[in-house]
Design a protein around this ligand. Sequence first.
Ligand code: ZN
Length: 129
Amino acid sequence: MSFLVGHGQMIPGFEEEIMGASVGEKREFSLSPERAYGERNEDLVNTASLDDFPDADEIKVGMMGVAQTEYGQMPFSVTEIEGDQVTIDYNHQMAGKTLRFEVEVIEVRNASEEELAHGHVHGPGGHHH
Ligand code: ZN
C-alpha cells in the first residue's frame, strides 16, 4: 500500500515506527492497542430489535453494516442474535488487539502538492474518491 507519512493518515504507532525508513529497509514491529485502534469500549456495544432492520432476514452474526446515527455514519458488526434482540458492536474490529507488522519499504518519494492537499496518495497503490 502507499501512504503519506506524517499526515495522520495511518494509525499513530505505525507512523512512528516507519518514520525515517529508507528504500529496501525492512522493519518488524508490534503495536499495542493504545498505539493502534485503541481499547475496546463496551459502551459502544448496543442492542437493537430485529424489527429495526429493513432486511431482518438478512441479519446474521458476523455481518457488518453502517448505521446512520446522530454522530454521522458508524460502521458496526453484529455479534449476537437472541430471539429478536440483536447485539451490535460499534468498536473498530481491530480495537483491543495488538497488531504485528512486517514492512518493507519499496519506494520513497515526495508527495505532490495535490496529494498533500488531499491528505492521501494518488496513483498506483493509492486511492481516489
Ligand atoms: Zn485526492
